[in-house]
Design a protein around this ligand. Sequence first.
Ligand code: C2E
Ligand code: MG
Ligand code: MG
Ligand code: MG
Length: 301
Amino acid sequence: QAKARGRGQMTVFSLEMKQETQRRVAMVNLGRKAVESDSIIPYYQLQVSLEENRPIGFEALLRRRDRQGRICAPSSISAAFEDAEVAEAIGDAMLKAVLADMQMAENRGVDLGTVSVNFSTAEFRSATFIDRLTNRIADAGIDFSRVMIEVTEGVFLGRPADSAAQTIRTLHDLGFKIALDDFGTGYASLVHLRQLPVDTLKIDQSFIRALVDSKDDLAIVSAILNLGASLGLNVIAEGIESEAQLSILRGLKLRYAQGYLFAHPVPIEEAFALALPWQTQGHARDQAHGERPGIHKRMIG
Ligand code: C2E
Ligand code: MG
Ligand code: MG
Ligand code: MG
C-alpha cells in the first residue's frame, strides 16, 4: 500500500516537473520572440535623494509588449534571463533601447541623472559581457559614469567568486557605477562588500514591505544602513509604498529612495516629465517651495 502511494506521488511529481519544464521553455521562447519582434521596452522608475529633495536618476525596468499590445512584467519571461543565449539577446535589446532613450534625453536637454540597468547573472557571467557592454555604450556616445550596473549577489555563487569580482573591478575602473540589487537576500555579502568597488546597496523590497510591523525587518534595514555608512556606500531602499514606511526610513537616516510612493515605472516620455522640472527650474523651485508638476507631492517635503 505504501509502495502504491509512493508510486502515485512519483507520477504526480514528475508530471509537475514536466509542466514546469514546459512553462520555462515557453518563457524562453517568449523572450526570444520579444527580441525578434522588437517588443522589449524599458520603463523608468524615479530614484530620489531624501536629503536634497530631488531626483537622482532612474532605474530602467524591462517591459515586454505581447501580441495583444499589453505591457508585461519581466516575471512573464523570468526563465529567459537564465538561458545564456536568450538572456544575452534580451539584455542587448534592452541596453540598445535604454541608450536610445538616453540619447533622446540629451537631444532634448533633459538630464535623467544616473540610469541604472539590471543584468542577469547569466549575462554578467558571459565572457563577452564587458566588451559588448562597452562597445554599445561607447557607440551611443554615452559616458560610462552615467550608467549604473545592477547585479544581484547571485553573480558570486556557483563559480570562483574571483571572476565576478574581477568583472566588477573592471567595470568600476571603466567608470561605471555598480549597485548590488536585492541586497540582504543573497549570500556572503560582507566579504564581497569589503573587497569590491561597489557604489550602492539596494535594500530589497521584502525588508521594506513589513517594516512598519516587523521588528526583525526594522533591525535588518537598520543594520544595512549602518553597514553602508561604515563602508562608505550609498544605500537606496526600493519598494517604498507608504508614508509610514518612509517616515521610519527617514528616522534611520536613509538618503536614497525608490518606490510607488514617489513614482511607478513609466515610459520614457513620462520619465522626461519627472526629470524636466528638476532640470530646468529645480533649484529655483526648491527655494520658492513651489509645486513640481509630475512629481509626487512627497518630493516637495
Ligand atoms: P528589481 O531590479 O529589484 O526591480 C524592482 C522591482 O520592484 C520592479 O519590478 C519594480 O517595478 C518593482 N517596484 C518598484 N517600486 C515598487 C513598490 O513600491 N512596490 C512594489 N511592490 N514593487 C515595486 P519589475 O519591473 O517587475 O522587475 C522585476 C525584476 O525583474 C527586477 O527586480 C529585476 O530583477 C528584473 N529585471 C527588470 N528589468 C530587467 C532587465 O532589463 N534585465 C534583467 N536581467 N532583469 C530585469
Ligand atoms: Mg534592479
Ligand atoms: Mg531589487
Ligand atoms: Mg528583485
